[in-house]
Design a protein around this ligand. Sequence first.
Ligand SMILES: Nc1nc2c(ncn2[C@@H]2O[C@H](COP(=O)(O)OP(=O)(O)OP(=O)(O)O)[C@@H](O)[C@H]2O)c(=O)[nH]1
Ligand SMILES: [Mg+2]
Length: 441
Amino acid sequence: MPYIKDTIAARATPSGRGGIGIIRVSGPGVTQIGRQILGAMPAPRLATYSEFSDGKGVIDQGIALYFNAPNSFTGEEVLELQGHGGPVVLEMLLNRVVNLGARIAGPGEFSQRAYLNEKIDLTQAEAVADLINSSTEAAARGAVRSLQGEFSTRINALVSQVVALRVFVEASIDFPEEEIDFLSDDRIALQLAEVFRELEAVLHETNQGALLIEGASVVLMGKPNAGKSSLMNLLTGRDTSIVTDIPGTTRDVVNETLQLDGIPLRLVDTAGIRDSLDKIEAEGVKRALAAGEQADLVIAVVDASEPDAPKQAESLMDDPRTVVVFNKIDLVTNTDRFIDAIHMSAKTGVGLHSLKDQLKERLGLSLHVGSGFTARKRHIVALGYGKDALAAASTLLTEQRAGELVAEELRVCQQHLAEITGEFTADDLLGEIFGSFCIGK
Ligand SMILES: Nc1nc2c(ncn2[C@@H]2O[C@H](COP(=O)(O)OP(=O)(O)OP(=O)(O)O)[C@@H](O)[C@H]2O)c(=O)[nH]1
Ligand SMILES: [Mg+2]
């Protein structure tokens, strides 16, 4: 356990007025500070009613909760002073704690100490922040699952498999007379393939988990007047974008969020794509194209009442990131020309369910409330590197029978996976992760 010698304190409840306000203190100075404020330390884990004194008089009265190390969230001595939730009262109490030797905690510092003291791993620490920040029920439930270690367990299982393989391959290097046998043995190749499949499965779930937290960006694109803004308003149920019959109405990139089965989507309405001499519209088109580049998914809106509609759609169909929608289907009598795409009317609402189903399918949302854990982009990136290393190991094994190189790739894979749970993590990454927490957590 790393030795942390200073004591930190922060308001654990949000600023503003509330029934209860909590000051949390963690570190070796807790007992000394607690005695000064409370007169005597309460028994561990026993809610104890007490006066809070600043030495001159009583500041407040409330509940004191003491957790003795290592049986606390941070793994250190922790004292929670639960007083009345007024900004002045709590400020006075916090000042008193600071005057007695604590310093104000930085963002996420309590969680960081919990991690450093090995009470939780890095994915669990991230889950704490994700739970607090979750914007949907599915995200909150997923974050709790990550907090309970569901995600870490999957990663740790992968790491064990990789380590087992490494041991096997390295043994074959250390006993060269048997190397040929070991490496030509199907067993390594089979095990490698198995770990690879498992990693891919975890990667898929991790992608889903990141969607829960970060949401997906879905960009509406198409020619002017196709009905993008009408569709935006229909999907969000709000009158967000201006709709007129004048082509070139939308110029700015308009963002709105909505939920699709508990998954937050960032829906983006853009300017209709055409060559324009109008400086403002041309800038809008540029921004529309840029938004499309970054989208997780593009809804290509085609005006079905235009004679060349099927032809317009043709080039878009093959892009896996694109969902083609034939809008204004209410104006069309013969719809046979529009197979293989969504028939939609932003005016009447026809096709809205098919569109939503299609979005879910394309985003790979097999998730429903009650399953799945939350994850982050950095986990996806690390798993991606791990997967690359495994693929390289597999090639080196089958094509070169190069034991040392296979072992090295397995080591690289293990290192990337260990980065996820924080077993191996650079300090600057820790700063980045905990820096995004709120104070007092
Ligand atoms: N009949 C019919 N009219 C529609 C439908 N969707 C949109 N419109 C009409 O088409 C016109 C253009 O709609 P918008 O939603 O502004 O189209 P847009 O693609 O955002 O256009 P720009 O912002 O100019 O690129 C408006 O007059 C809408 O009322 C539809 O499904 N059926
Ligand atoms: Mg528009």
